[in-house]
Ligand binder design. Structure first.
Ligand code: NAD
Length: 262
C-alpha cells in the first residue's frame, strides 16, 4: 500500500480548535471529535458546571475549558489569548453557541429579539474577529495553513420558521457572515464555511421531538429520523480539516434531506 493510502485527510493532529457553546449538545460532540481526530479542544461555554464535568473526559494536555459569554468582547479576547497561551496557536473556530427565545412575531419582545441576535450573530462576529486577527498574523508571518472557521446555521435560516423570527434571522445572518468572512480572508488562506442542521437530538430540540410534534416533523425528513450530535459533528470536522482545503464560503445542510437546494 502506498503512503498516500495511509493518510487520514480529516486528521486534526497538532491543530487547536475553539468550539463555543461546547459544554453540552452538538458543541460537545464536535469537541470530542476534534480530540478523537488528534486535535486539541478549547471549549468555551457560559455554563461552568458542564465545563468542569468535561475536564476529566479528555486526555491530559489536550483540553482547555474557558467560562465565557461569547457576546462579551473582552471575554472573547481573553478566551483567544488563553487558547494561544496554552497551545501556541489556534487553527480552528466553531461558532456553535446558541440559544432560543421562541414567541410568535406579534408577541416577541425586544429583549427576546436582542438576546438571540446577540448570542448568535454578535457572538459569532466577535469570535471570528478575534480568532481571525490571530490567524491573519500567522498568515503574514508565513503560515500557509492558518486556519478554518465553521459557523453553525440551521434550516430555520434557509427556509424560515414559525415562532422564532429572531432565531431564523440570526441563522440567515450567519450564512451571510460566512460568505463575507470567506471572501475577505481567502487571501490569507483562511477558510470559512457553515453547516446548517435540521433537528439534532439535544436539549434545544426537546419540544420539537416531544410526542405532540414528533410525527409532524419526522414526516418532513426524508431520512425519517433525527440527527445524533455525533453525526452532526462530522461535517463540521470535515470543514475544519485539510480534507476541505479547497472549500470556502459554502453551506453544508446536514438535515436528513428536510430542505434541499439545487
Ligand atoms: P444546546 O442548547 O444543547 O447547547 C448550547 C450551548 O451554548 C450550551 O452549552 C449553552 O450554555 C451555550 N451558550 C449559550 N449562550 C452562550 C453564550 N452567550 N456564551 C457561551 N456559551 C453559550 O444547543 P445545541 O442543540 O447543541 O445547538 C448548538 C448549535 O447548533 C446552536 O447554534 C444551534 O442554534 C444550532 N442548531 C441546533 C439544532 C438542533 O437541532 N439542536 C438545529 C440547527 C441548528
Amino acid at each position: 500500500m502506498s503512503n498516500s493510502l495511509n493518510i487520514n485527510p480529516m486528521s486534526l493532529e497538532g491543530r487547536t480548535v475553539i468550539v463555543t457553546g461546547a459544554g453540552q449538545g452538538i458543541g460537545r460532540a464536535i469537541a470530542d471529535l476534534v480530540v478523537a481526530l488528534g486535535g486539541n479542544a478549547v471549549i468555551a461555554d457560559m455554563n461552568s458546571e458542564t465545563l468542569a464535568k468535561a475536564e476529566s473526559d479528555y486526555p491530559e494536555g489536550r483540553y482547555l475549558g474557558v467560562a465565557a459569554d461569547i457576546s462579551d468582547a473582552d471575554a472573547v479576547q481573553s478566551l483567544v489569548d488563553s487558547a494561544v497561551e496554552k497551545f501556541g496557536a489556534v487553527h480552528g473556530l466553531v461558532n456553535n453557541a446558541g440559544i432560543t427565545r421562541p414567541a410568535m412575531m406579534n408577541k416577541l419582545t425586544l429583549e427576546q429579539w436582542n438576546q438571540v441576535i446577540s448570542v448568535h450573530l454578535t457572538g459569532a462576529f466577535l469570535c471570528s474577529q478575534a480568532v481571525g486577527r490571530h490567524m491573519i498574523e500567522r498568515a503574514q508571518a508565513g503560515d500557509a495553513n492558518p486556519g478554518s472557521i465553521v459557523n453553525i446555521s440551521s434550516d430555520a435560516g434557509v427556509q424560515g420558521t414559525i415562532g422564532q423570527v429572531n432565531y431564523a434571522t440570526a441563522k440567515a445572518g450567519i450564512i451571510g457572515m460566512t460568505m463575507s468572512t470567506a471572501r475577505e480572508w481567502a487571501k490569507y488562506s483562511i477558510r470559512a464555511n457553515c453547516v446548517a442542521f435540521g433537528v439534532v437530538e439535544t436539549p434545544m430540540t426537546e419540544t420539537v421531538r416531544s410526542e405532540k410534534f414528533a410525527d409532524t416533523y419526522l414526516s418532513r425528513i426524508p431520512l425519517g429520523r433525527w440527527s445524533s450530535p455525533e453525526e452532526a459533528a462530522r461535517p463540521v470536522c470535515f470543514l475544519l480539516s485539510d480534507a476541505a482545503a479547497y472549500i470556502t464560503g459554502q453551506r453544508i445542510s446536514a438535515n436528513g434531506g428536510m430542505q434541499m437546494a439545487g
